[in-house]
Design a protein around this ligand. Structure first.
Ligand SMILES: Nc1ncnc2c1ncn2[C@@H]1O[C@H](COP(=O)(O)OP(=O)(O)OP(=O)(O)O)[C@@H](O)[C@H]1O
Ligand SMILES: [Mg+2]
Length: 244
């Protein structure tokens, strides 16, 4: 049997090579990186490339409205001229809400709200038969719970429910540090099946970028860190040259 059949390709040349072909079906994957690393752009590009292959996807933005998100994405990826068309055909669904603003009116209902947000996502995934989903980001979900233990439990429930729905998920996680040597491990990193990290090392004009697959259950992934560049035609990941 062809192993590729059991995978969702990211469609990004270089990234599929790093992962070992693609993301195994129904894997729950964390995409982590510092502020401005390109997490939103990279995950949207994966959704976009999949839409072009006929795989329906939903982008759940928990911090930005749909309009603002899509207009930022189109302005960076100006060569993705068919984004509106794919959205109109519902091959890409963008669901944007500003949870922090919604919660400022109801500060006491937070843990309950976590459950509500997740069940709304689940019903939409089921209704739309989506194959791939992006959740941007876990930061807002972590603000909804009082203790690290409760957060861990809720994230565990989220990942097992999404796995049961058969959907491949990319959960965006913010890391405080841009640099590879300073990354701190978070609960999601252990619960989820895969971790992809984006780094920005060095300072200002000397900054270099790197993307690395830390783990990917069910895939023979590489142990390389590859430089990446954000361009109007997508994220370009350099071919692997040096082993760490
Ligand atoms: N046209 C462009 N060309 C090159 N780089 C760009 C372009 N547009 C945006 N960028 C880069 O992309 C970054 C934003 O990417 P993105 O929004 O995906 O980051 P993020 O990791 O999601 O950030 P945050 O943590 O703030 O959500 C900008 O900080 C900028 O460096
Ligand atoms: Mg972002």
């Amino acid at each position: 049997m062809d192993e590729q059949i059991n995978m969702i390709k990211t469609g990004i040349e270089g990234l599929d090579d790093l992962i070992g072909g693609g993301i195994p079906f129904a894997n729950q994957v964390v995409l982590a990186g510092g502020p401005g690393a390109g997490k939103t752009l990279l995950s949207f590009e994966i959704l976009y490339r999949n839409a072009k292959m006929g795989n329906k996807g939903i982008y759940f933005s928990l911090e930005e409205s749909e309009g603002k998100l899509v207009s930022n994405l189109k302005s960076t990826f100006s060569q993705f001229t068919d984004v509106d068309d794919l959205i109109k055909k519902k091959i890409i669904i963008v669901e944007g809400r500003q949870i922090s603003a919604e919660l400022s009116n109801r500060p006491s209902e937070t843990e309950h709200e976590f459950g509500n947000i997740v069940s709304q996502m689940e019903s939409m995934i089921f209704k739309e038969s989506a194959k791939l989903i992006i959740v941007d980001s876990s930061a807002i979900l972590s603000l909804l719970v009082q203790t690290p233990l409760m957060y861990r439990r809720l994230m565990l429930a989220l990942s097992s429910n999404f796995r049961r729905l058969g959907v491949t998920t990319i959960l965006i996680v913010e890391s405080n540090n841009l640099e590879r040597s300073k990354v701190e491990f978070k609960p999601e990193y252990f619960i989820f099946d895969g971790i992809i990290m984006m780094y920005q090392n060095g300072k200002q004009e000397k900054r270099t970028t790197g993307i690395e697959v830390i783990k990917m259950r069910g895939a023979k992934h590489s142990f390389y860190t590859a430089p990446y560049e954000i361009t109007s035609s997508g994220i370009k990941i350099s071919p692997i040259t040096d082993q760490i």
